[in-house]
Design a protein around this ligand. Structure first.
Ligand code: HEM
Length: 173
């Protein structure tokens, strides 16, 4: 996984819970506590999952709570600084979601070793969108948390829920 995901997690944990919690999680996951992650660097998926697991343990939170916190922080804080233009270009959450597949495809096209998630879109009715999540990583809880972050960013009260391990349902008002 690209380092940018771990950088975001680091920023979230250090600013909201303290650097000691981050350093302990890194050590528990088998890293040196001062390991620096570069946004375009690569980290083995299993190691990323281990860091996430140790963050949950050290903050005493569940994976779902971590996924919600990460989704909120990624969308509303971290990615605004680095990738803000992708949000500015889209005026509504719906527009943004419908471009999310393209955003991942375009932005990782020239990144060596990137394997971004891809999305298919299925409208159940004119307000209900099913997003099919295509990734070998199985991070559906993160997808749900990130989608909630998008709802918050656009100040839209969307109903978001996961359907099994490869789909989320988004109901627009
Ligand atoms: C402008 C905003 C965004 C950018 C630039 C972006 C970019 C990226 C990048 C670079 C990765 C790592 C890919 C890899 O290591 O191969 C990633 C992973 C991921 N992104 Fe995004 N992303 C954005 C917003 C979102 C949003 C809003 C969602 C969901 C609603 C989302 C869903 C995911 C998921 C679930 C992953 C984890 C990897 C996986 O499941 O395979 N992203 N994204």
């Amino acid at each position: 996984m690209k380092g940018t995901i771990v950088k975001c997690l680091e920023e979230l944990v250090t600013t909201k819970f303290g650097r000691d919690k981050w350093e302990k999680s890194l050590e528990d996951a088998g890293f040196n506590k001062s390991t620096m992650f570069l946004p375009i660097g690569d980290i083995d998926d299993a190691q990323v999952m281990k860091i996430i697991e140790m963050v949950c343990k050290n903050l005493n939170i569940t994976l779902t709570q971590a996924a919600d916190a990460f989704g909120d922080y990624w969308v509303n804080v971290y990615s605004q600084k680095l990738y803000g233009h992708y949000y500015a270009k889209h005026k509504t959450a719906k527009d943004f979601f419908l471009n999310l597949d393209n955003i991942h495809f375009i932005m990782t096209k020239t990144m060596k070793n990137a394997r971004p998630p891809r999305f298919d879109y299925e409208w159940k009715d004119d307000k209900t969108l099913i997003m099919h999540y295509k990734s070998h990583r199985g991070l559906i809880d993160f997808l749900e948390g990130l989608a909630k972050g998008v709802s918050k960013f656009y100040h839209e009260n969307l109903q978001i829920s996961k359907l099994g391990s490869s789909r989320i349902k988004i109901v627009f008002p």
